[in-house]
Design a protein around this ligand. Structure first.
Ligand code: R5P
Length: 293
């Protein structure tokens, strides 16, 4: 029992100052519960409303792809420059130090490999393990138009239901199959379906023509994947355009960890996302850091 002798009288009530009720900074997220918002605020920087997610989950269907052969050696040095790490529980537990203060977005769908039909995924992580690992969001692949479209949509809605129970957001990762057309119409369809069915934010791909119609018709934040490795200036240009056309960040993997100098590249991407740096200026930064390294 606390010591209750000689208690001071409470008197600082500031009756002339109404309590502030702040809105939440993130698109479409104001009606979420406190825990959801707090987790999203650890993924998206509240000062800019944006995020640099470092995506290193490729091994869950591709094995040790180029740049991810040794996550301990090649990726851990990049962590300070990311807002969030997107990865599997296997890499998280075996390699990432639990002392990290970075938010974690956990890949929770899986069950296929590049040797077979990729859309045939299921939920591969129990919600209890996501809670145990203190993750800030769970990522589920959704194959709109794919062979297993229905199953992957239901995977996502299951995670939205379970995550809502425990205050953990769901990231819908829109996959593009080999035969799917990558145009604004397709991405409007894919992102809107995921948002309508409850995803808290959505990862999709940048397209040169009409990307702003994708972001404007999607009621929750969109982050863009980097896609296959392209020259650094082109990747920075893509990230810049995506941000200027309404994306809330990047979920970038290969264009960072397969870059000639990954630490320089992630810092250049960070400048584009959080400081609205132009691609040319960010590329200058990349070259300066590259020459220093
Ligand atoms: C694919 O396996 C994952 O969803 C990746 O996290 C995503 O595609 C982003 O990685 P990248 O920038 O390499 O496309």
């Amino acid at each position: 029992m606390p010591d209750v002798d000689n208690l001071k009288n409470a008197k600082k009530f500031y009756t002339d100052i109404p309590q502030k009720t702040e809105g939440f900074f993130l698109k479409g997220s104001n009606s979420l519960d406190w825990g959801m918002k707090n987790r999203l605020a650890r993924i998206f920087n509240p000062e800019t409303g944006r995020t640099v997610m470092l995506a290193i989950d490729h091994g869950y269907f591709q094995g040790p792809t180029s740049g991810l052969e040794r996550v301990d050696i090649n990726i851990l040095p990049l962590v300070p420059y990311a807002d969030t790490l997107m990865l599997t529980r296997g890499i998280l537990r075996s390699i990432v130090p639990p002392s990290t203060s970075k938010s974690i977005v956990l890949r929770v769908s899986g069950g296929t490999s590049i040797l077979k039909e990729l859309s045939n995924e299921d939920i591969a992580v129990d919600i209890e393990d996501s809670i145990r690992l203190n993750v800030c969001a769970m990522a589920v692949q959704v194959f709109i138009g794919g062979e297993h479209e229905r199953e992957t949509i239901i995977n996502m809605t299951r995670m939205v239901d379970l995550g809502t129970r425990y205050g953990i957001p769901t990231l819908a990762v829109t996959a593009v199959g080999k035969d799917m057309k990558r145009d604004a119409r397709y991405f409007r369809l894919a992102t809107r379906i995921c948002a309508e069915l409850g995803a808290h934010y959505i990862k999709t791909y940048y397209i040169d023509d009409g990307f702003e119609t994708v972001t404007s018709s999607c009621p929750v934040p969109i982050v863009v994947a980097g896609g296959k490795k392209i020259p650094e200036l082109d990747a920075l240009t893509m990230a810049y355009r995506a941000i200027q056309e309404g994306a809330s960040g990047v979920d970038m993997g290969r264009n960072i960890f397969q870059s000639e100098v990954p630490a320089a590249m992630i810092q250049a991407v960070n400048a584009v996302v959080h400081k609205n740096e132009t691609p040319e200026k960010a590329f200058e930064l990349y070259n300066t850091l590259k020459n220093e390294s």
